[in-house]
Write a protein that binds this ligand. Sequence first.
Ligand SMILES: Cc1cc2nc3c(=O)[nH]c(=O)nc-3n(C[C@H](O)[C@H](O)[C@H](O)COP(=O)(O)OP(=O)(O)OC[C@H]3O[C@@H](n4cnc5c(N)ncnc54)[C@H](O)[C@@H]3O)c2cc1C
Length: 329
Amino acid sequence: MTTLLIPVSYHGQGKNAELAHITLEAILAAHPHGDVAAVVIGQPGTAAALQADLSQAGVSAIYAAEADDALLSLGVTETDVISKIAVDKACNGIVLPDSVLNREIAGRLAARLGSGIASDVVALTAPNTVTHSIFGSQLDVHATVHGPTPVVILRNGVVEVPADSEAQSEKPLVEIEEVEIPRGGTARSVRVTSMTPEETSDRPDLTTAKIVVAGGRGVCSPENFATLVEGLADELGAAVGSTRDAVDLDYCAGATQIGQTGVTIAPELYIGLGISGAIQHKAGMQNAKRIVVVNNDPEAPLFSIADLGIVGDATEVVPALLELLHDQD
Ligand SMILES: Cc1cc2nc3c(=O)[nH]c(=O)nc-3n(C[C@H](O)[C@H](O)[C@H](O)COP(=O)(O)OP(=O)(O)OC[C@H]3O[C@@H](n4cnc5c(N)ncnc54)[C@H](O)[C@@H]3O)c2cc1C
């Protein structure tokens, strides 16, 4: 029987851990091709907190590698654990939900296991056959990933998780199998010595939000970003996104960056304010179902994929829009 291994992404730690939506996407993408085994790496209690949701999502095995320092080596421990399970359990492939850390781990896994790797995968047609997006999402190509344990990084937002999944009949709990974290062997020359907790907000999660309001260099200042981009997002119950330039200029936090080196989104509605539409940004948002663009340059490339384009100054258009929305309240 074919088994695909999924390293689980989650928010929070220990008993407060919650399954990330991207893990559900990876499980759904892998399911048609065999059994799905999940591996949870983190602080003690994490796997137990995720057990019910993973069972409900249909995994057939849950491996837990837990220790207080499990996540303090920037991917080395994860690589040790995942590659050992892949070999010991004779897994036929590894599907990682996309994240900055998982890209690092995926590269290490492919090297360790002597297998090929495919990133930006938008469809899995067999454990070793994928469609993946290349050249900043300009082309989709079919590829076969060679080697004993093909490593695949699934792009976020490409698998629709049915809303009624919660209404499905309750599945029995899958037992947790503890696995030892290999100590020694790989030199641990990098240790994380402190961490800044992720900033939390009441806004929806950027990767799964139905509406995203994104701002670029054209909003002109951090103050404008707060009033125009975040203000409109809050009015619409939307998540906040940005371009890399906006992040580099300190208009907003790095976690809001959409694009090739940021997050990939596929919301119902994307509103881009003062964003030119570089291919690296489009790579992360062009799957939005509706795209609205506000830019004072009618030649801005983002207009070419817009459903509604407004040629105008964002500092005038957005306050007018906010006023209209307030009048409707
Ligand atoms: C390897 C690599 C990876 C990258 N990864 C990413 C990525 O993941 N995400 C990303 O976003 N970028 C990425 N970039 C950067 C990318 O190439 C662009 O530089 C960036 O997306 C541009 O951001 P921007 O649209 O905010 O700025 P600009 O390109 O400077 O555009 C600003 C726009 O605002 C408009 N404007 C100005 N004033 C106003 C106003 N008052 N009202 C309305 N409109 C106004 C201008 O007409 C212009 O079109 C990457 C680049 C490289 C080389």
